[in-house]
Design a protein around this ligand. Structure first.
Ligand SMILES: Nc1ncnc2c1ncn2[C@@H]1O[C@H](COP(=O)(O)OP(=O)(O)OP(=O)(O)O)[C@@H](O)[C@H]1O
Length: 635
């Protein structure tokens, strides 16, 4: 022992005790303990005099050299007590560490549950590492259990009190323990959460994001998505934009391609660009909310603010939804697609003028916004997260050409107006499905005939089944026939105009129902409330006549000149309504409406059904009187 000490030239005499301790352990063949303590040996030998003298605090290193056998025994006993204390600390710490690792293992297992590891070689490596750590912990625990048994045996033979020494040593040990904890944490790369935001985690999250996008493939059905008549546009977007986004990142890497960054949707006002962009955007970005900004909203009157707004748009994507936060969500936050919708794009991306003289300071500010978009879309600035920008405009010719080059708004798709009968039917269907399915539309194949043909007779009594059966025969149009009829009447209407038709028709039905309800409410203040509600409910049904008036209303509000020709009196009334705004209202035209087919007249609280002997034939008098054809000039 002495030779050993001299050769190492320990500074403190207490160092000898450490060496003694090491030798004793070796003697007992506790190799693991030697190796464990050796990592912190230098720290301990400087700060922890293990064997302190009870009275004067001097070190007890001399014990090794004293010849008294009783002192030797005492010291040994103290050492054992001390060692046991340390052992307990170590056990506690390892239990803590094990808990951390188990938690981590659990989260790792959840993380990779139900996932294939084909595209995640990094995760496989991590799994292997975790398994080996788990085994190591189990082995350590077994060893420690053995050690504890040994100590317990030793304890039984040594009953001397060493509290004072232990207390002093405890304080020191606590400090050392903390230090050791820190050291071990530093050494053990898996003991903190931050390592999960490694490239592995991001790669996994990218694959996960691609899987989520791929799952939406079957949903590319215009009408099911609430977009009518744009199947071709949707198919093109699916091929050019969705396919690369849904492909596994590893395959894209092998192909050497990247998904497109920008899509420009252009077309006439009200043709469904914004609707389409929002719908598609939600499909592409299931994990993260969309960012929707309109051009004028972004352009700030303060110089420099617009550019700042724009930068923040790209650099600060909204965080992913909670269900997609895997392992803290940081990997997914970096990897999930961020979709930005830029409406009225021409307001922020006009062709640059080149000099201040061309348009003053405002023009210079606008130019710098364009420059900012250029750099964000495909410049030196690398974006933090994968981003897809969908821009919409009805004036594509104003957009700066640099923005339209491949690599920026590479995919440019025209959203055309509904030019065919089928397209108009599709749009009308999107907006009328609900009223048809709930039986609020007066057609012969309504799923809820009770609602359609309910009502009251002249004596203000609810109609019975036979009455209703008679009325049923009066309804000659099926839902599809009605859509075709309306579609033919709405030639030249845009998607927005078509969507306004059911809205305008429903307002008429509601007006009738609410006025009937209020009159009935006045008359029967004291009772029969349930019946009043039933009457109002029965009468809130959209009729064919409501829809016809709605077509006229919408056509007029859009400054569309439709000349309706109808040989019947109903059509002459219809022509007259085209020139005036209010005479088509239900109150003023009740006498005319009694002559029209399929009309429920609610005058005097009575419902009179006029047989619908034929449809109102309406023809366009002259092609030239249609609204000016949409400019379908493509870029
Ligand atoms: N193809 C369509 N299918 C269903 N609804 C449509 C369609 N086109 C338009 N609409 C209806 O018209 C409304 C307005 O459409 P949207 O805002 O998408 O038009 P837009 O082309 O963006 O017009 P703008 O260029 O003036 O902004 C939509 O909310 C929707 O109700």
């Amino acid at each position: 022992v002495l030779v050993f000490l001299q050769s190492h030239q320990y500074r403190h005499t207490s160092s000898s005790t450490v060496v003694v301790q090491a030798l004793l352990i070796q003697r007992q063949q506790r190799h693991r303990h030697v190796s464990l303590s050796s990592s912190s040996l230098s720290k301990q030998q400087q700060r922890t005099p293990l064997f302190l003298d009870n009275n004067n605090g001097s070190t007890a290193s001399s014990s090794s050299s004293t010849s008294s056998s009783s002192t030797q025994k005492e010291k040994e006993q103290e050492w054992i007590e001390n060692r046991k204390e340390m052992k307990n600390k170590q056990l506690e710490w390892e239990r803590k560490l094990k808990g951390n690792k188990e938690r981590k293992l659990l989260s790792q297992n959840n993380f990779s549950q139900n996932k294939e590891d084909v595209h995640r070689p990094g995760i496989l490596k991590k799994k292997k590492k975790i398994n080996s750590i788990q085994k190591e912990i189990l082995n350590n625990n077994n060893d420690q259990e053995d050690d504890n048994d040994d100590y317990d045996k030793e304890d039984k033979t040594n009953n001397k009190d060493g509290n004072n020494i232990n207390n002093k040593n405890k304080e020191e040990d606590n400090n050392d323990d903390n230090d050791e904890d820190d050291d071990m944490d530093d050494d053990d790369s898996t003991s903190t959460c931050t390592h999960f935001v490694s490239t592995d985690a991001v790669t996994f999250a990218q694959a996960h994001s691609a899987e989520l996008i791929a799952l939406t493939g079957s949903k590319f059905n215009g009408e099911a998505l609430g977009v009518g008549g744009l199947e071709e546009v949707i198919t093109e977007i699916k091929r050019r934009v969705w396919t690369p986004l849904a492909a596994p990142p590893s395959v894209l890497q092998e192909l050497g391609v990247t998904p497109v960054r920008g899509v420009l949707l252009y077309g006439h006002s009200g043709c469904g660009k914004t609707l389409l962009a929002r719908t598609i955007g939600k499909l592409f970005s299931p994990a993260r909310p969309l960012t929707v900004v309109s051009g004028p909203q972004l352009m700030d009157k303060f110089v420099g603010s617009s550019e700042k707004n724009l930068r923040e748009l790209f650099d600060n994507p909204p965080p992913v939804y909670d269900p997609y936060r895997i392992s803290g969500g940081r990997g997914m936050d970096k990897a999930a697609l961020h979709v930005i919708l830029l409406d009225e794009f021409d307001a922020m991306a006009r062709t640059r003028s080149g000099s201040e003289s061309d348009g003053g300071a405002a023009s210079v500010a606008r130019d710098s916004v364009v420059n900012q978009i250029l750099s964000k879309m495909d410049g030196v600035d690398l974006l933090e997260v994968p981003t897809l920008v969908i821009a919409m405009t009805n004036r594509p010719s104003l957009i700066d050409p640099a923005l339209l080059r491949p690599g920026r708004f590479e995919v440019q798709i025209e959203v055309p107006p509904p030019s065919s009968r089928q397209q108009r039917i599709s749009i009308l269907n999107v907006h009328m499905t609900s009223m048809q399915q709930t039986g609020r539309l007066k057609v012969s194949d309504s799923p809820n005939n009770n609602n359609i043909i309910g009502g009251v007779n002249n004596n203000n009594n609810l109609l019975n089944k036979e009455d209703n059966d008679d009325r049923m025969e009066e309804l000659v149009m099926t839902y599809h026939e009605l859509l075709t009829y309306l579609s033919d009447r709405c030639e030249g209407y845009s998607g927005a105009q078509l969507s306004a038709i059911p809205r305008a028709a429903a307002s008429r039905a509601l007006e009738r129902a609410v006025s009937l309800y209020s009159v009935d409410l006045d008359a029967n203040k004291n009772g029969n409330k349930g019946r009043q509600e039933a009457v109002a409910m029965f009468d809130c049904v959209v009729t064919i006549e409501d829809l016809e008036y709605a077509v006229d209303d919408v056509g007029r509000s859009a400054a569309t000149t439709l000349v309706l020709q109808n040989s019947s009196s109903s059509c002459s009334s219809s022509s007259s309504t085209t020139s005036t705004t209010n005479d088509s209202s239900s109150s003023s035209s009740s006498s005319k409406r009694q002559q029209q087919p399929g009309v429920i007249d609610s005058t005097d609280n009575d419902v009179v059904i006029v047989p619908n002997n034929g449809r109102k034939e309406i023809e366009l008098e002259d092609e030239e009187l249609l609204p000016p054809p949409h400019d379908t000039t493509k870029r």
